[in-house]
Design a binder for this molecule. Structure first.
Ligand SMILES: Nc1ncnc2c1ncn2[C@@H]1O[C@H](COP(=O)(O)OP(=O)(O)OP(=O)(O)O)[C@@H](O)[C@H]1O
Ligand SMILES: [Mg+2]
Length: 270
């Protein structure tokens, strides 16, 4: 709606996990490097925790794009709040295009595990790495599901794991996993995403504007300082507030977003 007015090709602050917009802050860069290391070095399992809205799902999407389908087979599970059998089924479905048996008796965990083992071995034979990413893993309530994931990690050859498991979730995932000692011991690499600092908040805003087609800033330095204070440096909140500012500024036909306009937009910001 306001894109043309601000000379933008597209909306810069959409709250969607679009890897094109990824701003490589040092912590996002570090996390991405560690996740790729976990996969490429065959470390078995890794865990990325992070404050809500700080980019875990986006980083997962960016990772998926980086890995590419030629060398990697990836199951990206975004809703793990299901029974352990359903989760296994979702993993198999993600990794395999062919349809699954639907007869109730065939839905039991064992045939699914057999199915998975076969997929892992086939991928290995084809020279492909298998990766299972569980997003929102903090929302898993049923310990049986974590146990199932741990058992999956026992699918190993003498010298290597058959797949890499990556768990993503909010900070409470750390405690959940800490209570499951056997799973915890298998997590080789950990990383964490926190809120952005003030400097990164500014760079983040400029980066998203640039990707959307605007090389110079629309926000004054003072406005950016206030955005940081209002949002606590949480990208999802920054997006929301910046979007409101662009809309309010368009409504008022201002040339830039300054402190005054920001305060006005912030009134509508929860
Ligand atoms: N480094 C980044 N660069 C660009 N955009 C980002 C970055 N980090 C987060 N965002 C944006 O912030 C929004 C929230 O990010 P995302 O959904 O990935 O957070 P999350 O950590 O998965 O949150 P939740 O814990 O609620 O699932 C998305 O629109 C995303 O594009
Ligand atoms: Mg998420």
């Amino acid at each position: 709606m306001y894109e043309e007015y601000w000379e933008l090709r597209e909306k810069p602050f959409r709250n969607t996990p679009d890897p094109r917009f990824l701003y490589h802050s040092s912590q996002h860069e570090d996390a991405l490097m560690k996740l790729i290391y976990t996969i490429n070095e065959g470390m078995g399992a890794g865990m990325m925790t992070g404050v809500f809205g700080c980019g875990k799902t986006l980083l997962g999407r960016a990772l998926l794009k980086d890995l590419g389908p030629e060398k990697y087979k990836v199951a990206f599970i975004t809703n793990p709040v299901v029974s352990s059998t359903e989760l296994l089924r979702a993993i198999v479905r993600n990794l395999k295009a062919a349809s699954l048996p639907t007869k109730q008796t065939e839905l039991l965990a064992d045939p699914l595990l057999e199915n998975l083992n076969e997929i892992f071995m086939n991928n290995l034979r084809d020279g492909k790495e298998t990766v299972i990413i569980i997003d929102e893993a903090h929302s898993i309530q049923d310990e049986k599901i974590f146990e199932e994931l741990r058992l999956l990690l026992n699918f190993q050859l003498e010298d290597r794991f058959l797949f890499t498991l990556l768990l993503f979730g909010q900070p409470e995932l750390k405690e959940k996993v800490a209570n499951l000692k056997q799973l915890e011991q298998r997590i080789a690499i950990r990383c964490h995403l926190d809120r952005l600092n003030e400097e990164d908040t500014e760079k983040y805003i400029l980066h998203r504007l640039k990707v959307a087609g605007k090389a110079e800033s629309i926000f004054t330095k003072e406005a950016i300082k206030l955005i940081f204070e209002q949002t606590g440096g949480i990208p999802r909140r920054i997006n929301h507030l910046c979007d409101l500012c662009l809309l309010t500024g368009y409504g008022k036909r201002v040339k830039e977003i300054d402190e005054k306009l920001l305060k006005e937009a912030a009134e509508k910001f929860a």
